[in-house]
Design a binder for this molecule. Structure first.
Ligand SMILES: *Cc1c(COP(=O)(O)O)cnc(C)c1O
Length: 338
């Protein structure tokens, strides 16, 4: 899954980094994302997971994208677009087994099922899938959704061999490694986010690192930041970091979060501003302008995980990762890390 610019890491670099494992295809959310990926020269299947707006089926056809369809009206629109461009177009059937936001309702398969499998059609179903709502925390609910998908597979008039069946996101793939699916759809775990509290932890492949841009020795009583919510309780040394909420560092880390400098944790003090964040480095020696501070990732033996930041910000690791703004340069290391 490389939607949302590969969860913020950068879609084209991610696709290039994944090439050695030869993925069957790539998953995006929107037609625009798919068109951009196709435009970059990517030749394998590109699945568009969000329902396609009726006005966008020509773009689907022109870029040879594989839409995921949730209703019969969309199947008709794709069929018309396929005839217009005179090409065969593939699509995947999404089955709603409990997620509720998209997909054909698994309970109504006797209504919609018979509409598929007409060999005369130019648009053809080549895949069938569902999406788990609680694979990160609930094995029973996940198994039940998988069972519902099985019921649908048994009821649609399409041969099993002609369909690519998939269901698992990162958490599903780690939780149900044995399901008889043909493909999985990993996202967050590839990008260094934990897939669930009891699931194997990922490698911290993505990091947020910034430079110290100013070091100051301040006397007792010096106030800091908007609202002056922090004041030095004695002579202190502060370092200003060139990062703020305008880069996607959650403002809620003000007076609560931490950074790593030289492998040592230092507290974030005062409110985070749009472009600057201040840490107290009184306990550290030899911090200079230009030194690197880590807000997410490992430095020496210490690690700040995406989950630590997400917990402090009252959100999930996905939102932290996708929230890093374009102002932050994405730097890919030779070993594939960013
Ligand atoms: C985003 C997404 C995934 C990937 O989920 P992760 O939890 O990030 O692994 C898989 N399938 C669909 C349909 C998605 O929208």
């Amino acid at each position: 899954m490389v939607k949302a610019d590969a969860y913020g890491l950068g879609m084209s670099s991610t696709v290039a980094a994944l090439e050695p494992v030869r993925p069957w295809g790539m998953g995006v959310a929107t037609v625009s994302e798919g068109a951009a990926l196709r435009g970059s020269g990517y030749a394998d299947p590109i699945l568009v997971f969000s329902p396609v707006p009726p006005t966008d089926f020509d773009r689907v056809a022109n870029h040879a994208l594989t839409p995921c369809l949730s209703d019969l009206a969309s199947v008709d629109l794709l069929e018309r677009a396929a005839r217009r461009v005179g090409k065969r177009l593939d699509y995947h059937i999404e089955v709603d087994t409990g997620m509720g936001r998209s997909g054909f309702d698994w309970r109504d398969v006797t209504t919609w099922g018979p509409r598929f499998g007409n060999p005369e059609h130019s648009a053809r179903p080549t895949g069938l899938f569902t999406h788990f709502h609680s694979a990160d925390v609930d094995a029973d609910a996940t198994a039940e959704q998988w069972r519902r998908l099985g019921d649908v597979l048994a009821a649609v008039p399409i041969s099993r061999e002609s369909l690519i069946v998939h269901a698992a996101n990162s958490a599903g793939a780690l939780r149900l490694p044995d399901v008889a699916a043909d493909a999985v759809r990993p996202g967050i775990y590839l990008y260094g986010g934990a897939a669930g509290p009891e699931l194997p932890p990922p490698e911290a492949v993505a990091a947020l690192r910034v430079r110290v841009i100013l070091v100051r020795d301040v006397p007792s009583g010096t106030t800091l930041g908007y609202g002056a919510t922090h004041a030095a309780d004695g002579p202190r040394r502060w370092a200003t970091l060139g990062v703020g909420y305008g880069d996607g560092l959650p403002r809620s880390l003000g007076n609560r979060g931490r950074a790593l400098i030289g492998g040592r944790p230092v507290p974030i003090i005062g409110r985070i501003s749009m472009d600057m964040t201040v840490v107290d480095i009184t306990d550290l020696e030899h911090v200079e302008v230009g030194d690197v501070a880590t807000l997410v990732g490992s430095d020496g033996a210490e690690t700040i995980t995406l989950e630590e930041v997400a917990d402090l910000a009252g959100t999930i690791n996905y939102e932290i990762l996708t929230g890093f703004s374009q102002r932050l340069p994405r730097v890919w290391m030779d070993d594939g890390r960013s």
